[in-house]
Design a protein around this ligand. Structure first.
Ligand SMILES: [Zn+2]
Length: 375
């Protein structure tokens, strides 16, 4: 899932995201709550309508961003009080408040409010934090179940393509010629889905316990949070493996905030269904391109006369049209187009990587893709 922090995947317009085949993008509750504000977004018809994105949206709980404001926040049983990084004003996020905001934004997938345990954390601290996340998951679910039908698009319909028919009800979608066509082509959307989040620090037994007790609460999907926070990649994989043994295989399993292209292939092969990461977009704005030949830093002088595309094996619109020499020129000249083109290519590379993974899964053979052949 490309990350669209403030209602935009930075530097890329929605029509290009559609062309790239992005099926779902992520929005950040913390940022949208502060600016432009969830009530404004609700009033304007929800985030889909506001940003003109008819495909799926997932919002995070706001917890992770708030926890990263280390000096500006205070955690209590009730929730987390914090100061805005924009203007210093005081705010309180509770599980109930996080649900209220995400429902107002109109996300298709809402995340439970959790505490992202800091790293490193002693075992007792990780347990205490995990217990709080479980209590907050229960409070999130209670509030969500009572209010989920207040989302801006409840009882709207989606077309066969998966695209949302914004602002229309089932009755207002014109009937297709042919008897069963209407029921075949549209699906009624009733309410968003709430995913639970597994925590537990870097302790496999705490992770397993967190997974078991979260599954007991019966969510339609599960996320593994609090990873990729400075631990080794081997540790990340151990934690994911421990939790995947517990999480039901027939529900979406989502690892939050990962990772490099080779990592997401590995996690998918382990049984992870969903991932999000700012890496392809953030790295692009710093001139780092992911390619089938490895990472390249486009500002490097060696590309000044390089007539090849960023990635000779990539079929994206950037690689079809521009040379490394031109991309380097744009970047060193600080042209805004540099960020746009680099981001489009990196997202194409990530989305192509996942398409290759899905294809390999369909064929029942992941060995080629795990050995690094993602072409
Ligand atoms: Zn490309």
């Amino acid at each position: 899932m490309p990350v669209g922090t403030a209602g935009t995947v930075k530097a890329v317009s929605q029509d290009i995201l559609e062309d790239l085949g992005a099926q779902i993008i992520l929005g950040n509750t913390y940022h949208l709550y502060l600016r432009p504000g969830h009530e404004l977004v609700r009033k304007l018809g929800g985030l889909h309508k506001f940003m003109s994105w008819e495909r799926a949206l997932l919002t995070d709980s706001g917890g992770f961003q708030v926890f990263s404001l280390s000096e500006l926040r205070k955690v209590k049983e009730e929730g987390v009080s914090f100061r805005s990084h924009l203007d210093g004003t005081s705010h309180l996020f509770t599980p109930e408040r996080s649900m209220e905001i995400q429902i107002a934004l109109g996300a298709d997938i809402v995340m439970a409010f959790d505490e992202c345990t800091e790293h490193p954390a002693e075992r007792e601290r990780a347990r205490t934090s995990m217990e709080m996340t479980l209590r907050w998951a229960k409070r999130s679910k209670d509030y969500f179940e009572a209010h989920k039908h207040e989302c801006p698009w409840a009882d709207r319909v989606i077309g066969r393509s998966g695209d949302r028919v914004i602002g229309k009800t089932e009755e207002s979608v014109p009937a297709q010629p042919g008897a069963a066509a209407v029921h075949d082509s549209i699906t009624k959307l009733t309410a968003p889905a709430l995913f639970g989040i597994v925590q537990g620090g870097m302790y496999a037994d705490l992770r397993r316990e967190s997974a078991e007790r979260t599954v007991e609460m019966d969510f339609p999907g599960y996320a593994i949070g609090g990873l990729s926070v400075g631990e080794s990649r081997a540790k990340t994989m151990d934690m994911i493996a421990a939790v995947l043994e517990i999480l039901p295989k027939d529900k979406p399993r989502y690892v939050m905030g990962v990772g490099y292209p080779e990592e997401i292939v590995q996690y998918a092969a382990m049984g992870v269904d969903m991932m999000d990461c700012v890496l392809p977009t953030r790295a692009a704005r710093h001139g780092l391109l992911f390619t089938s030949e490895g990472r390249i830093n486009i500002k490097n002088a060696r590309y000044a006369q390089d007539q090849r595309p960023a990635d000779p094996k990539c079929a994206c619109r950037v690689c079809a049209r521009y040379t490394r020499a031109y991309l380097r020129h744009l970047f060193v000249s600080a042209e805004p187009l540099a960020g746009v083109l680099n981001t489009v290519h990196n997202l194409a590379f990530y989305l192509d990587t996942m398409r290759s993974v899905r294809h390999a899964i369909t064929l029942g053979d992941l060995s080629g893709i795990l050995s690094g052949d993602v072409s």
